[in-house]
Design a protein around this ligand. Sequence first.
Ligand SMILES: Cc1ncc(C[n+]2csc(CCOP(=O)(O)OP(=O)(O)O)c2C)c(N)n1
Length: 321
Amino acid sequence: MNRPKVLAKERYLELYRKLVMIRRLEEKIDELFRQGVIKGAVHLSIGQEAVAVGVSEALDKKDLIIATHRGHGHCLMKGADLKSMMAELCGKATGLCKGKGGSMHIIDVKRGMLGAVGIVGSGMPMATGVGLAIKMQRTGQVCVCLFGDSASHGGMFHESLNVASLWKLPVVFICENNLYGLTVSMKKASAVKDIAIRAKAYAVPGVVVDGMDVLEVQRAVQRAVKRARDGLGPSLLECKTYRFMGHSRGDPAYGPYRTREEWESWKQRDPLLVLMNKGGLTSKEVEGIDREVSREIEEAVRFAEESPEPDLSSALEDIYA
Ligand SMILES: Cc1ncc(C[n+]2csc(CCOP(=O)(O)OP(=O)(O)O)c2C)c(N)n1
């Protein structure tokens, strides 16, 4: 019988730490944005943390990811240094991209985070190209591509899945379906209820995953990664999730386009709560972790505050297009 493995308490605490790290980091980002310290646009993934953690838990260090405008969690989970990330968000010279990328374009190539891209849907053809490079160079890597539900309605989704399937490329396409593209609900934008069903048209497995459960995400991604490494080609995973904050900037959590009742019902399935319940973790058990994480984030903010602004003379350096 295929019994679910019982995990040790330490494992649950380790995963909780990762989830709460993204949660507290993004709460701090929100605070700094409202104070005008972080400039530009900011898109928070509060509520969606289980996807970032589950994905990273299923990958090896050498693997690659391409994320979206909502990519802080993915970048951090791929191993980016917290201080360098915070400095980047604050536009400082010590940041991951020397202060030139900011929230929407944060990358860390050394750690396999190839891009957080602000152009909706553009990560998919890029990931397909990366998949082709991996296959030609026989590096054994896998490229995970994350995108939103709204991105999945565009042409790039179909072209990318088709080519990746045809050429059996080692790419895992992961849709973070948080039910909305800006203020447009999936119900108004999609002819199908589940995006995963579209995989059938390209002869790849399409799987609906509980995106609020980090362990479910990890399991599904592990299977897709194995398939990719075995040379069998891509998969499409649709993680059903929810963003607890507005789309970006100061948008309200609920308001004209989604109801308080809907928001509250998803709040009951907060990924932190889901994991605590699964692992039987008590508030007392996680309190220390929470304190430690908050301290690390404060240290990162201090590092960013004390870091210099990029020098004007560097404005044209590292520009490729
Ligand atoms: C090609 C393109 N069209 C429009 C936009 C404006 N835009 C920014 S985010 C967004 C919605 C994206 O929704 P989704 O793909 O579901 O991701 P989510 O924001 O829900 O994570 C849009 C339309 C853009 N950045 N790029």
